[in-house]
Design a protein around this ligand. Structure first.
Ligand code: 5GP
Length: 114
């Protein structure tokens, strides 16, 4: 089922887009949890981590990580470090069922997460 993120991919609703390629889109989270908080998503609809198939999606996932590294460099958080998060399912705290990687940085992260 389509989510609000597909509407962002299709430019039906606005988002603060910071990166776009053929297969990947990245935009600022509407409720940022850190000075840098960007969501990196595949344009195709993969609901969650458990729907990932290594043989089918490996290149796409690689592109998402390339995007995260490029943005971390461009935004000046690569040197001090950052956090990448995939929330999966109810216990994982997933709110939007369109696969997304959170890129969080610009402050020191705590562990364990909440
Ligand atoms: P999840 O909890 O599913 O891992 O993360 C979903 C994220 O999407 C949340 O951090 C939430 O703030 C963000 N979000 C939800 N709706 C929108 C939206 O319409 N636009 C943007 N830019 N972010 C959204």
């Amino acid at each position: 089922m389509s989510t609000i993120f597909s509407k962002i991919v299709n430019k039906e609703i606005p988002a603060n887009i910071v990166f776009e390629s053929e297969n990947v889109l990245a935009f600022k989270d509407i409720r940022p949890q850190a000075p840098v908080h960007i969501l990196i998503i595949p344009k195709i609809e993969i609901p969650k981590v458990t729907d990932i198939k290594g043989n089918e999606h490996a290149k796409l996932l690689g592109e998402m990580f390339d995007c995260a590294n490029k943005l971390a460099n461009d935004l000046g958080i690569a040197r001090n470090g950052f956090r990448l998060v995939f929330n999966c399912g109810n216990d994982g705290g997933q709110e939007v069922y369109h696969l997304h990687m959170h890129l969080l940085g610009g402050r020191h992260m705590q562990w364990p997460p909440g």
